[in-house]
Design a binder for this molecule. Structure first.
Ligand code: ATP
Length: 320
């Protein structure tokens, strides 16, 4: 094993604890200067290593590895990884234009210069976030594609609970928020279909993983980063791999049309159900209590003074 890999192994084995430069040098039988040079190289490769004058070094994050993602999930057929791009949604469309047979292809970027939100809204995408678009061709009816909002937001909430034991909430239709309604993740669906057949769907996801809170206040966003909730910088590869393992499982439920399981699990994480809300659609404003999600269509069911109403999309404001 070469010295860089040896140092990496020592840091990884020490599991979130500092290891002194002296101990690493002893183990490798090299000088402390040599250890310092290796650490510098690792940082240049994208490893996040905390340095402490007395305690030494602690590994706090690894660079993103597309190979790891492909190895650890069966679901993805190809991963396109970019340091910086305009928008992974645009790139996904370019890929489909070049090869219409592209399927289960993931486009992932460390930074986007024109990240997209719903209805031409902007998704701020500085370094430290996870931004991806996934091309899928599910064998479901076009209106059922809406369920993908639940597949992805549920997967994000479940991954966060599993990895960091932190409770976050799914907010209808497509967000994941913290207990104070600050947005952690947004989801965007673009679909191309005929009356009864889905040609393709691109699922865009933006997650605030390791973004400094100053960024959100500067841009006046009601947002929060996972790192702030958990209280430390998070390992992007670990998070991404675990997230895709979840997505793989939940996507299977979706293709098997087990919508009742998906929607009831989504409801168990939801901050919308049970609340007094106001939903603004293109044509109307509906006010009432959110009482559930239709497991047939994915519509939000709202109890109003005029009876139960179902809405498939719109801006949802939690009133109480
Ligand atoms: P909203 O929650 O504002 O109603 P939306 O859910 O309808 O938005 P999305 O596509 O989910 O639409 O998100 C776009 C909106 O999210 C932007 O208009 C902006 O207010 C906010 N936003 C943009 N970038 C971020 C980010 N990195 N983190 C959190 N919120 C963001």
């Amino acid at each position: 094993m070469d010295s860089t890999l040896k140092v990496l192994a020592i840091l990884k084995n020490s599991k979130n604890k500092f290891v002194s430069g002296e101990n690493i040098a002893k183990e490798l039988k090299v000088s402390r200067v040599a250890v310092y040079k290796i650490i510098k190289k690792l940082i240049q490769e994208g490893y996040k290593i905390e340095k402490h004058k007395k305690l030494g070094y602690k590994l706090i994050g690894s660079p993103f590895s597309p190979e790891d993602l492909l190895k650890k999930t069966k679901f993805l057929k190809e991963v396109v990884f970019l340091k910086k791009t305009t928008s992974t949604m645009e790139l996904a469309k370019d890929i489909l234009a070049k090869n219409p047979y592209s399927e289960q292809v993931l486009i992932i970027a460390e930074e986007q210069t024109s990240g997209k939100g719903r209805i031409e809204r902007k998704w701020f995408s500085p370094k430290g976030g996870l931004y991806f678009s996934l091309i899928v061709k599910p064998n479901v009816l076009p209106y059922e594609v809406f369920m993908l909002n639940y597949v992805f937001s549920l997967s994000v909430a479940e991954t966060i609970k599993d990895l960091y034991n932190v409770r976050v909430f799914t907010k209808w239709p497509n967000d994941v928020v913290d207990a104070y309604h600050r947005k952690i993740c947004g989801i965007l669906l673009e679909i191309d279909s005929e009356i009864d057949k889905v040609n393709y769907c691109i699922v865009g996801v933006g997650i605030n993983v390791n973004i400094n809170s100053k960024f959100f206040s500067k841009h006046k966003l009601k947002a929060i980063s996972l790192s702030q909730i958990v209280g430390k910088n998070l390992d992007m590869t670990e998070f991404t791999v675990e997230l895709f393992k979840r997505i793989e499982k939940n996507y299977k439920l979706f293709e098997e049309k087990k919508f009742d399981i998906l929607t009831s699990r989504w409801v168990s994480h939801s901050s919308t159900i049970g609340r007094t809300i106001k939903v603004q659609t293109f044509t109307q404003t509906i006010k009432g209590t959110a009482v559930g999600i239709s497991s047939k269509t994915g519509a939000l069911i709202i109890k109003t003074p005029y009876g139960l109403k179902e809405v498939l999309s719109g801006d949802c404001i939690h009133l109480r």
